[in-house]
Write a protein that binds this ligand. Structure first.
Ligand SMILES: Nc1ncnc2c1ncn2[C@@H]1O[C@H](COP(=O)(O)OP(=O)(O)OP(=O)(O)O)[C@@H](O)[C@H]1O
Length: 271
């Protein structure tokens, strides 16, 4: 099957399965800064199945982060709707974790304290906090650094702490906004592998917003390509080989990266 023929329209309105973890229906977002209407997202119909990983890629300013904030319940749609696990997206959904580019760590708290923060806020008993966080810090190679403050950690370690904190809450939905963009290439690859391992182990439904084509292809079981603002979905691609740790060195990886690049370039010229 050719790469092109793998293009599909699973994100079109009629193709949206009712039993998806994420489902948006004709979702549009219009901001109104200083009385100027700015359409960030236009008629987004997206579905992400339970346990699926979805990478969202598109030009700067096309509304990728806005989509993530809608799914996290932090912004409300102007038109249409977004559903998580069959219910409208709300800010305090217990099992949604959001990981941002700047880590969001408290500088005056150690890696350990930052990791257990969410558990503490939820009133989880200290003994249980210890049990959950120790395992996750071990898994992420952070145990040795548990007493370090963020300023004493590298960028990659800080982002691992942010991931650890998100995982302590046992999310069934992980939303990530360019989590690795400020990291060097090798640290970034190592964290991508960590994320892939988490996804393979726990099958957490995830949405990753990225500018990086290789990252989208390495981590997105479904790759959603956005148009320039107002953001519309131009393509949804299947990525059946995701999960293979050696995927990066395979011809299929290069072909899909080239296809995503081509579609992004074509998208820049779409009206
Ligand atoms: N709270 C807001 N108020 C007004 N305009 C906003 C707000 N948030 C985002 N925008 C505008 O909406 C558009 C989409 O922004 P968004 O941050 O979602 O894009 P993005 O694709 O994530 O961009 P980038 O890739 O550069 O991070 C931009 O034009 C931005 O200026």
């Amino acid at each position: 099957m050719s790469m092109k023929s793998k293009l599909r329209n699973a994100c079109s309105e009629t193709g949206i399965p009712e039993d998806s973890m994420i489902r948006t229906r004709d979702l549009s977002v219009v901001f109104n800064p200083e009385g100027t209407r700015l359409t960030a997202l236009q008629e987004i119909n997206l579905s992400v199945a339970y346990g699926e990983s979805c990478a969202v890629i598109g030009p700067s300013g096309c509304g990728k982060s806005t989509l993530l904030y809608i799914l996290a319940g932090l912004y409300s749609p102007t038109e249409g709707a977004a559903y998580i696990d069959g219910k409208p997206a709300v800010p305090k959904r217990k099992n949604t974790s959001l990981i941002l580019q700047d880590y969001g760590l408290l500088p005056w708290q150690t890696a350990w304290q930052n990791t257990v923060l969410g558990l503490k806020l939820r009133g989880v008993a200290v003994s249980e906090q210890k049990m959950i966080a120790e395992q996750i810090l071990q898994d992420l190679g952070l145990w040795t650094y548990r007493s370090h403050y963020p300023a004493q950690l590298s960028g990659g370690q800080r982002q691992r702490v942010a991931i650890a904190r998100a995982l302590t809450l046992k999310p069934d939905l992980l939303l990530m906004d360019e989590p690795f963009s400020s990291l060097d290439a090798l640290t970034r690859e190592s964290l991508q592998e960590t994320l892939l391992a988490i996804w393979r182990k726990d099958k957490v439904t995830s949405v990753l917003v990225t500018h990086n084509i290789e990252e989208a292809v390495y981590l997105g079981q479904k790759i959603v390509i956005f148009s320039p603002r107002p953001g519309r979905i131009l393509h949804c691609l299947d990525n059946p080989q995701i999960g293979d740790p050696n995927y990066r060195s395979k011809p299929a990886f290069y072909s899909l990266c080239s296809l995503v690049r081509k579609l992004l370039e074509e998208g820049m010229t779409v009206d």
